[in-house]
Write a protein that binds this ligand. Structure first.
Ligand SMILES: [Mn+2]
Length: 406
């Protein structure tokens, strides 16, 4: 199986698919799948664009809306995670994963899917310490502050991924795992990107939860984006342990290293995206703990998913593992009638998510009240829910995007 891996998409789907086609011709190969490591910008219309945290000069429609409206069809199955420049309202509709457009699958805020017999996992967003233990309290319409924190990585989603016990083939995170630069040519990296020098030397470059996941999941491949440069590394897990090939890629700009084709041994095709049994079992087990307010969520207990696994298996045997079909939930952008005063976004229940939750016999929690208390969130003796300690709040991270808004 040949998989094209891409760094940040920034809504440039036309350019990336075009590059893939030319690569296929030049090399005489057939690419089976595109995976993208975030900043995908699945912007459907002007209202979505208001939910993306970008400087005004970068606030442009780009090309995703064409694939969403049906004007264009993604020529390759595409799987993506979220980064820090996203239509967060749309990705929230698809929290558990789902089709953002036909043939374009969002892996979810955290997720694992199968493509053929290849297992692909990922974590959306970027890590910021001050948001890590809060719940997912952000709902559209966003304030300037929730527009930013909406894409911050949460302990809850990392914990779910820490429960994955069966081997993954590929993992994606938008920001790099903390400390990853030690396993590659960091000297060359800081020569090219002097702005990283201090962070590399202080060992503060990257995401701590991503590093934890890397050391636990130990996948053969790990891909990241965010810092807009190429950086390969090889991690040896323990003396006789497995290795992970890490690769960070650039954003889609001519002449830059934004695409890499990977040849991975697999069963013969045709391949399609399918639900992953172990992941659905974890999702089912964890849903009653879903933190949907600003209250802190912290848990150290390991949950036993054995019973959920059996339950999910029989459900998947009966229904099949194909994800529920794509449904349009907002009108697509119309270039001949641009909307200069777009309606304010409110949360929309995506039918894909509703079907998914019905299938797993779980309640819908994505529009639960975010105003303190337990809201629609079931409490559990295993989860330590306590009010957010004001002293733990760090200042908002206005500076975070300067490094990658170029
Ligand atoms: Mn980014």
């Amino acid at each position: 199986m040949k998989i094209a891996v891409e760094g940040c998409m920034h809504g440039e789907l036309d350019k990336v698919y075009d590059t893939m086609r030319r690569l296929e011709e030049a090399e005489g190969i057939k690419i089976d799948l595109l995976i993208c490591c975030g900043d995908f910008q699945a912007v459907r219309n002007e209202s979505d664009l208001q939910c993306v945290n970008v400087k005004p000069k970068f606030r442009t429609m780009n090309t995703f809306w064409k694939y969403y409206s049906g004007e264009a069809v993604a020529p390759y199955p595409t799987i993506f995670i979220g980064g820090n420049h996203e239509a967060s309202n749309y990705l929230w509709e698809l929290y558990y994963g789902g089709w953002a457009a036909p043939n374009i699958y969002f892996l979810g805020v955290a997720g694992v899917v199968k493509f053929g017999n290849i297992r692909i996992g990922g974590l959306s967003g970027i890590h910021k310490r001050h948001s890590y233990y809060t719940g997912h309290h952000e709902r559209p319409p966003y304030s300037e502050s929730t527009k930013i924190s909406a894409y911050h990585v949460r302990h809850y989603d990392v914990l779910k991924l820490m429960h994955v016990k069966e081997p993954l083939d590929i993992f994606m995170s938008h920001d790099w795992p903390l400390g990853i630069t030690e396993y590659g040519n960091w000297q060359k990296l800081i020569q090219q990107k002097d702005g990283f020098r201090e962070e590399v030397n202080k060992r503060t470059l990257g995401s701590e939860p991503a590093a934890k996941l890397l050391n636990t999941l130990k996948p053969p491949y790990w891909f990241s984006a965010h810092l807009h440069c190429r950086f390969p590394a090889i991690i040896q897990h323990g003396e006789d342990g497995p290795t992970t090939k890490f690769l960070a890629l650039d954003k889609c700009i001519p002449g830059r290293n934004f695409l890499q084709v990977l040849d991975i041994p697999s069963n013969p095709g045709p391949y399609e995206i399918q639900y992953d049994e172990e992941w659905l079992a974890i999702t089912r087990r964890f849903n009653s703990l879903f933190p949907v307010t600003q209250m802190q969520f912290r848990m150290n207990t390991e949950l036993d998913i054995h019973d959920d696994r059996q339950w999910v298996r029989s459900k998947l045997n009966a229904r099949g593992a194909k994800p529920f079909d794509f449904v349009q939930t907002a009108p697509p952008f119309n270039p001949s009638h641009p909307d200069y005063n777009p309606p304010i976004v409110v949360h929309c229940r995506n039918p894909q998510t509703e079907s998914f939750l019905q299938f797993l016999e779980l309640p819908y929690l994505l529009d639960s009240s975010n105003h303190g208390g337990v809201g629609g969130n079931a409490s559990s003796s295993q989860a330590a829910a306590r009010p957010l300690d004001d002293n733990a709040i760090e200042p908002p991270d206005e500076v975070e995007d300067d490094e990658d808004d170029e």
